[in-house]
Design a protein around this ligand. Structure first.
Ligand SMILES: [Cu+2]
Length: 357
């Protein structure tokens, strides 16, 4: 350590001497102008400034056109409409401000580039101008922030007493999801990672009667137009429950329960039959068919036709198989949902089945 520190001190001393020698050089007035920009340099730099901003805007337009197939369709949840509106207003405002400030910055750098005969105007200040460019951003930003806050509190207002919400637990672990439905009593039984044992992979408290009728599934079925409150738990590391079509995302944190609620408004079938999805799936299948041909020619298996499904994804890089951490979401009518849930065994049934084995 001492040797290292000594070396650092010597190096720093060297740098100090070097810098001092530069100052000494400066003080000896020289007439070498090779480092000072002349009109030719200024011309080139001015044009490059303008060309750069034009290139950026052309690239932006190209990306919008080229990649518009990656945009999501209209939201499949109630709050998603407000969310999309907030996003659109913010983006349009950002674009306007960006073009006004960066566009003008680059254009003026070009227009007023250095010329030998030009002399800079000394402009001390202008109270009126400063007032205008302060008050406009203040009003616009305050408006945007207040509007954003109202939208956020609306979305995050998770009221279990409001209406008849469905309560579902989303359980994340490396590298999969499980859903837990609360059963007849609409009350999830207590759970803790310390109770994980054998088939009790979610760590339900066996002594809690609320947990006996809970149903643990590997698909997430949701009735359309009914509010769902998700209670999220993680077994191991930080995950993130991401449901892009419903404009929903929430971190799933070990040791605590995080919540998110939304009302799905478009069933899986409706989304599959929508103009947007029919077109998109046709494009995807066209690409897959071409790829299949090559695969078959190489002696491999052909790709299956792709059909649309909603998915719950993990949006936090949580380990090697993070990319594959997904669970199918099926939004359906209340009747279909009830019929499906009936076919799922309760936790109590699973326990007694194991005991009798
Ligand atoms: Cu994950």
């Amino acid at each position: 350590m001492t040797v290292f520190l000594t070396l650092v001190v010597i190096a720093l001393f060297g740098i100090t001497l070097w810098q001092m020698s530069k100052i000494l050089k400066l003080s000896q007035a020289k007439t070498d102008n090779s480092q000072v920009a002349n009109d030719k340099d200024n011309n080139l730099q001015g044009k490059l400034m303008l060309a750069f901003v034009i290139f950026l805007y052309l690239l932006t337009i190209y990306c919008f056109v080229q990649y518009d197939s990656y945009f999501l369709p209209e939201s499949a949840s109630e709050h998603g409409v407000d969310y999309d509106r907030l996003m659109l207003i913010s983006m349009v405002l950002i674009m306007i401000v960006q073009i006004l400030t960066q566009g003008l910055l680059h254009f003026f750098s070009y227009k007023y580039r250095g010329k030998k005969e030009n002399k800079a105007l000394f402009f001390a200040d202008n109270d009126k101008l400063e007032f205008i460019w302060t008050i406009i951003p203040v009003i616009v930003l305050a408006g945007l922030i207040i509007y954003g806050l109202f939208t956020w509190t609306d979305i995050m207002n998770i009221d279990e007493e409001d209406g008849d919400p469905l309560i579902v637990e989303l359980y994340a672990y490396q590298f999969d999801w499980r859903a837990r439905y609360s059963g007849e009593d609409n009350e999830l039984g207590k759970a803790n990672v310390r109770y994980i044992e054998g088939i009790n992979t979610l760590g339900l408290d066996v002594s809690d009667t609320y947990g006996k009728d809970d149903k643990i599934t590997n698909e997430l079925h949701l009735p359309v137009n009914r509010k769902v409150i998700f209670k999220m738990r993680s077994q191991d590391v930080l995950h993130s429950a991401y449901m892009p079509f419903f404009r929903a995302q929430m971190n799933v944190v070990p040791g605590m329960i995080t919540e998110f609620a939304y009302t799905p408004t478009v069933t899986s079938d409706e989304m599959r039959d929508s103009e947007f999805m029919v077109e998109k799936v046709a494009t995807i299948n066209k690409i897959r068919r071409e790829k299949s041909k090559k695969l078959v020619a190489a002696g491999d298996e052909a790709l299956e036709e792709y059909t649309f499904e909603y998915y719950l994804l993990c949006n936090k890089i949580c380990g090697v198989s993070h990319y594959n951490m997904q669970m199918k979401i099926i939004v359906e009518s209340e009747e279909d949902y009830k019929a499906w849930l009936k076919t799922q065994p309760t936790f109590g049934e699973q326990l007694s089945a194991q005991a009798s084995n």
